[in-house]
Ligand binder design. Structure first.
Ligand code: OGA
Ligand code: MN
Length: 338
């Protein structure tokens, strides 16, 4: 399709290698410790164009990962998930733990609540869509990688091109109806591990967040689908439960068509991938090493400060947290919290 990546932006301070005809780039030449404003602006421009960028072998530490991320905006943090007495693997609360390790650094048993919860990340999703204030960028860094032959890639789907290539009549209908999506973390956890979460009802676990499912991506001016595994149902005049279910399934399956997907292999510790949650979907890819090998990944998440950041939600609504449900289940002896 013409016009997706055909325009050429002459970057002066970074080198860009395109990974796919419509999105994704590997970017080199970045000075992470001392990036000039000019270089940082080019990274932001590359993000607008490509949706996700891969940076190999960065020298980032926990501290500089956080300080570099702050240049994109204010950061979300894990303070609301901490239970009294819980030890931390590292000191920076801005780093979300996407590893398969417990707080002492040991590999999580496959039946631990966190392992069950992580299974939801294997489905295409947009980080923080279940939050009233959604996320703009996520910055995920490899701290320790499993043997490459076990897999453990991160996969990306181009939700802007997925929109572009929907049938015209469907696009017209979606623009006319302007559905609101209700997003729930409990929903994706349940999809990822149905048995473990069998008696968790997403409607009761935590308040859902509401965002439009078709939106203009401000930085590029392109339209994109804002869907993924956290999307529980659609709301709007004339929407029924059956139609909602069918449309959510259709749009999620559509975005995952092969032509829209790229799989990123983590090559070395220090590799960093930045993605724009408003322009791409992502998931933890196939991995045969879970429970056997260590995979230590840490992520900062930037609060969206765009016009649609709070979607249909009341500004300053508290962020939902389903950990209370898991803690309750643990308290009645059904699970051992790791
Ligand atoms: C995340 C995520 C995927 C992965 O950190 O938000 O979805 O491959 N991670 O670990
Ligand atoms: Mn994620």
């Amino acid at each position: 399709m013409p016009g997706v990546l055909t325009q050429t932006t002459p970057f002066k301070t970074i080198t860009v290698k395109e990974l796919h005809p419509t999105f994704g780039a590997e970017v080199s030449g970045v000075d992470f410790e001392n990036s000039t404003d000019e270089q940082f602006d080019e990274i932001v421009a590359a993000m607008a164009k490509y949706g996700f960028c891969v940076f190999r072998s960065t020298p980032l530490t926990d501290a500089t990962h956080v300080s570099f991320s702050r240049r994109f905006g204010s950061l979300d943090n894990i303070a609301r998930f901490l239970t009294p007495g819980r030890a931390l693997r590292y000191e920076h609360l801005e780093l979300f733990d996407a590893s398969n390790l417990d707080t002492s650094g040991a590999i999580l048993p496959a039946n631990s609540p966190r392992a069950h919860s992580s299974r939801g990340n294997r489905l295409f999703h947009t980080d923080s869509s279940f939050n009233p204030r959604r996320a703009s960028f996520s910055l995920l860094r490899a701290v320790e990688l499993p043997p490459p032959e076990t897999g453990g890639n991160t996969d990306f789907a181009d939700s802007r091109t997925a929109w572009d290539r929907l049938p015209d009549d469907m696009k017209a209908e979606l623009l006319r109806d302007d559905w609101t999506g209700a997003f729930s973390m409990a929903h994706s956890r349940k999809l990822g591990s149905p048995e473990f979460f069998a008696d968790m009802d997403p409607v009761e676990a935590a308040p859902m967040a509401r965002h439009k499912i078709v939106q203009v991506h401000e930085a590029s001016g392109r339209v994109g689908l804002y869907v993924g595994a956290h999307l529980h149902h659609l709301e709007g005049e004339g929407m029924s439960a059956e139609r909602s279910k069918a449309l959510v399934e259709f749009l999620n399956a559509w975005c995952q068509r092969k032509e829209f997907v790229v799989s990123v292999k983590w090559e070395r510790e220090g590799d960093l991938v930045i993605w724009d949650n408003r322009a791409v979907l992502h998931r933890a890819g196939e991995w045969s090493g879970d429970g056997v090998f260590r995979r230590d990944m840490r992520r900062t998440t930037v609060h969206d400060d765009g016009e649609r950041a709070w979607g249909e939600n009341v500004v300053d609504t508290e962020m939902p947290n389903i950990n209370a449900w898991i803690a309750k289940k643990a308290a009645v002896g059904e699970v051992k919290v790791a």
